[in-house]
Design a protein around this ligand. Structure first.
Ligand SMILES: [Zn+2]
Ligand SMILES: [Zn+2]
Length: 382
């Protein structure tokens, strides 16, 4: 266990009251909570450290002992020795958790001391694949979502008759049992009632005593224009239904945009490659280029080089979070002609011959390149 000063751990001063300490702990715990940092040992350690400090500094007796004697005054009392969560010795954890987090993590963890407390239903995630047009223009999709709903045969009680449910005989209604594991006595969720504290003698046949059943619902989801891969749409209250009258979870629709045959998207801009004949590139001309709203004309000037980028303003994507519409960037790709007839080859040869003496004037890149090569070899000689 770390020996850092508890006040320093929480970033509070010795004169701060319990409220300030709670606030400081809450901030740290939000940041380092294992639920938010899975498999992060460093975060877990920080969380343990902050929790230990919180436990001592919010207990007036322990705080007084700590103020007077430092860690020596409270060591062996904190109850976090060898720490995991919810394991041996973490008796106080559930209470702290419920106290500070009850409203944030919604009964998700640690709060097991009251099996009949309302529990929020789980959030669901749905991966939605869209093509680029749908993502850019917006759409309405029908999605089927698996969900747990309250059993309507038994109204969620799980029992077939009114005398049920009865207090669980295994745990006496506590929802928790103590198990001996080696030297340790470990508190565990009651295996007979799964922490509910009650048992159903005559289970409902529809849900087999669960009180909830698996169902599928169809939702119509409006996708706003401009969404992109990674965007989430939260449908409040469309997740799994809660337990013991707890609130329903949320449904998160996770957007994933498929690759497009022509366009590549980068935020609000779109890119595409436009092939152009070397004659058009040399003489200039008008090209037809595709946009998501149909074809448009793009004028290219004479002597356009391969790789030249043309920007069509406002032909990109209007971002879902607002802001100006992006652009379409067309990269010109000059094509070498293929399948030439002998007549065409003759013409090209004639064309080539006509440039024999002056070829450096007609190939800006090539002449520059030859200069570089010449300089390179001259450097070599010296
Ligand atoms: Zn039922
Ligand atoms: Zn039980």
């Amino acid at each position: 266990m770390s020996k850092r000063d508890f006040y320093e751990v929480l970033g509070v001063s010795k004169s701060d009251d319990e409220k300030a300490i709670k606030k400081a702990y809450r901030r740290l715990a939000m940041k380092y909570h294992p639920d938010r940092n899975p498999d992060d040992e460093e975060a877990a350690e920080k969380f343990r450290e902050a929790t230990a400090a919180y436990e001592v500094l919010t207990d007036s007796e322990k705080r007084a002992a700590y103020d007077q004697y430092g860690h020596a005054g409270v060591d062996g009392q904190a109850g976090f020795g060898g720490g995991g969560f919810g394991g041996a010795g973490a008796g106080g954890f559930g209470d702290i958790f419920g106290d500070v987090f009850g409203d944030i993590f919604g009964g998700g963890g640690g709060r097991q001391h009251n099996p009949n407390a309302p529990q929020r239903g789980s959030d669901l995630r749905y991966r939605l694949d869209l093509n680029l047009e749908e993502a850019v223009h917006g759409t309405t999709v029908s999605i089927k979502v698996p969900t747990m709903v309250e059993c309507d045969t038994c109204d969620g009680t799980g029992s077939a008759d009114k005398s049920d449910p009865v207090t669980c005989t295994t745990c006496g209604g506590h929802g928790q049992v103590r198990m001996q594991q080696g030297f340790f006595s470990v508190q565990q969720t009651c295996p007979a009632c799964h922490g509910r504290g009650t048992q159903v003698k005559n289970p409902c046949r529809t849900c087999r005593g669960e009180g909830r059943r698996q169902d599928q619902k169809t939702l119509s989801v409006k996708i706003p224009p401009g969404v992109d891969t990674g965007d989430r749409i939260r449908l409040s209250g469309e997740g799994e239904s809660g337990v013991n009258g707890g609130p329903t979870g949320d449904l998160y629709v996770q957007v994933s945009v498929r690759q497009h045959a022509i366009f590549e998207r980068d935020g609000k801009d779109l890119y595409c490659e436009v092939p152009v004949s070397f004659v058009d590139a040399a003489l200039g001309g008008e090209l037809e280029v595709p946009t998501l709203d149909g074809r448009v004309k793009l004028k290219i000037p004479a002597e356009t080089q391969s790789g030249k980028m043309f920007r069509l303003r406002g032909k990109g994507v209007k971002p879902v979070r607002g802001g100006s519409q992006g652009d379409l960037l067309c990269r010109v790709q000059v094509e070498t002609p293929v399948n030439l007839t002998s007549r065409q080859k003759e013409l090209l040869q004639e064309f080539q011959d006509s440039m024999e003496d002056t070829s450096h004037k007609h190939s800006p890149k090539k002449s520059g390149w030859f200069d570089s090569v010449k300089n390179f070899f001259e450097d070599f000689k010296s």
